[in-house]
Design a protein around this ligand. Structure first.
Ligand code: ASP
Length: 643
């Protein structure tokens, strides 16, 4: 887990977010009661002369020669409250002397202008102050484990352990308020587009989205388990068969995966499904919905229609299907230029069906030690090695492999990579999927290390996905590999170019399953939305014929019995007359993190999990006693931790 949160380099972004957040808070008036008559953080010159009552936490308290100044904090921000014995009387003043940071108070008084020398331009309420005439201390507080009134870095574990205190801090609070604003915009947009909000169960059967399931043991049927949904995929398809066209939900999904900064075991999706649609219909609607979400979140993106890039092109040029195009360093194919090389490593790779690809990293100063680090990164990403070469002023190469290449080959590489003197060239020879992945990883690494990203936002759709991916290293199912669905098994396959395929085409001996073609040649009707290198959403047009669905499950290795056992309810539904349908899901946490400019999803989730899946606040997950396990018909083989 990273030790600290981001700080001041994001100041202007934070201010922009704070302004959006205030806008949200301001849209909701407080109904006056005995605690308060208004939000404290929104009082400005216009309210001078009024006598508002405000309530909140003591953010800061200062004693100044017979006056006490309190910055009172509520959800909307801060307001300076002044206790002057001449105005509030001795009793109130004495009470004000006793209050400490984080005490909860309510105060009333006249709102006045501050003297010019006391104006604080950093506060929205910086020109005014409340001259208190009364004070109620509603609750006292112990000294917090870290200051609430500073946004300085605090160890993340400590922040998560004391999340209540952390949520009071501006940086954390604003991210959640921004998230609320985005979700509201999404819901408004979905309702305007005519979608119905219908719930699906959490205690259900496994949905194959490619991750492990979280299981919940059943007490009433001991020995059996529910799976928490990896997504409501099958239920939303059942809604379409049922005629409940245009479904949506802002819904929690659960996937038991190894965690990274951009993953959480439970996360929120905007999930949707529509009937009688093609890709263009889904994309058009969700460009409108997402544009509204991004406006609400303050993310400055080009207006729709957004560019669409085929999957193959994305992988070739950027090394993966979620390209970050805010910097160059595009990958180039060098196989052609080197087709006659005698350099063993390249020649061997090419003759066994592999590729040679490279990137021109530009005129970066990369000392030997960093080159070794990049080589290690390439190896970790699956490469046998990494070839590097610097172009010298005379056009020759400084590279360990320079002596193995002819001047013509060096020239051809330079031309393909548009290289000039001083440029660093990085080259990988491997199976195509490995070379793509390795160079994609190196691209991102260089962008991080050398701060190469332009200060702009980028959005695009990835389309024309392959339907299946082989688990063998070369992307086939040879040598003990099998086929996996790239999106999920309910996605409609098509021929390259989009022509429909039938169940017979998929069956052994069919057009995509004979000696010449394999299921790996199939494309699918899937689409992903990518923003700044993050996959923020994805979906597809679905299979709506039972024979085709069976053929796909068969290709994925499900026997007819297994298919019936696990997906019988879907196959039956497809027999009941299923309309052409399709849908999509967006990661709400990712959208919020992108808009808030945070690298970690933990920053936009109120109570997130750490990278080991724990919640430092509640201590979950925790062992349970033997009796509770016994009630569920379970016995643990792992001794509970001591103490
Ligand atoms: N169920 C898919 C997912 O969670 C989204 C979809 O196909 O609609 O990624």
């Amino acid at each position: 887990m990273p030790a600290a949160e981001p700080t001041s380099s994001t100041d202007s972004k934070n201010e922009r977010i704070a302004a959006l957040v205030r806008d949200t808070v301001g849209a909701a008036p407080v109904h006056a009661n005995r605690y308060r008559s208004t939000w404290a953080g929104l009082l400005t010159d216009e309210a001078v002369g009024q006598t508002p009552r405000v309530a909140g936490w003591v953010h800061r308290r200062r004693d100044h020669g017979g006056l006490i100044f309190v910055d009172l904090r509520d959800r909307s921000g801060l307001l300076q409250v002044v206790f002057d014995p001449a105005t509030c009387g001795a009793d109130v003043f004495q009470a004000a002397e006793r209050i400490r940071p984080e005490h909860v108070i309510s105060a009333e008084g006249e709102l006045t202008l501050r003297g010019p020398e006391h104006v604080n331009p950093k506060m929205l309420t910086g020109t005014v102050e409340l001259r208190a005439t009364s004070l109620d201390v509603l609750a006292e507080a112990e000294t917090p484990p870290f200051p609430v009134d500073e946004d300085g870095p605090v160890d993340e574990l400590l922040r998560l352990q004391h999340r209540v205190i952390d949520l009071r801090r501006e940086h954390t609070r604003d991210a959640l308020l921004l998230r609320s604003r985005i979700v509201r915009a999404i819901r408004d947009a979905m309702e305007d587009e005519g979608f119905l909000d219908i719930e699906t169960p959490y205690l259900t059967r496994s949905t194959p989205e490619g991750a492990r399931d979280f299981l919940v043991p059943s007490r009433l049927q001991a020995g059996s388990f529910y799976a928490l949904p990896q997504s409501p995929q099958l239920f939303k398809q059942l809604f379409m068969v049922a005629g409940l066209d245009r479904y949506y939900q802002v819904v929690r999904c659960f996937r038991d995966e190894d965690l990274r900064a951009d993953r959480q075991p439970e996360f929120t999706q905007l999930d949707a499904e529509l009937s009688f649609v093609d890709e263009d219909d889904v994309i058009a609607i969700f460009e409108r919905v997402m544009a509204r979400a991004f406006v609400a979140g303050g993310l400055d993106l080009p207006r729709p229609a957004w560019e669409r890039m085929p999957y193959d092109e994305a992988v070739l040029r950027y090394g993966n299907d979620r390209p970050d195009r805010r910097f160059g360093l595009e990958i180039q194919e060098l196989s052609e230029a080197l087709s006659t090389t005698e350099f063993k490593v390249f020649a061997g790779t090419l003759s066994s069906g592999g590729v040679v690809r490279g990137i021109n990293a530009g005129g970066l100063t990369v000392p030997r030690k960093q080159l070794d680090e990049l080589t290690d990164i390439a190896k970790k990403a699956g490469a046998g090695g990494l070839v590097w070469g610097f172009v010298e002023p005379d056009g020759s190469w400084r590279s360990p492999i320079a002596k193995f290449l002819t001047p013509e080959e060096i020239e051809a590489i330079k031309t393909t990579l548009s290289a000039s003197p001083g440029d660093l060239l990085l080259i990988v020879a491997d199976k195509a999927p490995v070379a793509a992945n390795v160079l994609g990883v190196l691209r991102l690494e260089l962008a991080d290390r050398f701060d190469l990203r332009e200060d702009r936002n980028d959005v695009l759709w990835i389309v024309d996905f392959p339907m299946f991916e082989g688990t063998a290293g070369d992307g086939t199912n040879l040598g003990g590999g099998r086929w996996d669905a790239v999106h999920h098994p309910f996605t409609q396959p098509c021929a390259p170019g989009g022509a429909p395929v039938s169940a017979e085409d998929l069956a052994p001996g069919g057009a995509f399953n004979d000696d010449e073609t394999t299921p790996g040649d199939l494309h699918s009707r899937a689409y992903d939305l990518v923003v700044n290198g993050w996959e923020v959403g994805g979906g597809s047009i679905r299979v709506n014929r039972p024979d085709q669905q069976r053929a796909i499950l068969d290709l994925l290795g499900f026997s007819a019995e297994e298919a019936d056992e696990q997906f019988g309810f879907l196959l039956d539904a497809l027999k009941a007359g299923a309309p052409p349908h399709g849908g999509i899901a967006f990661g709400v946490d990712r959208l919020a993190a992108l808009c808030a400019g945070r690298d970690s999803l933990r920053d936009v989730i109120a109570f997130p999990k750490t990278s080991s899946g724990g919640d430092p606040l509640t201590g979950a997950p925790a062992p349970v006693d033997t009796k509770q396990l016994g009630d569920l018909g379970l016995r643990s083989t792992i001794a509970p931790p001591q103490g």
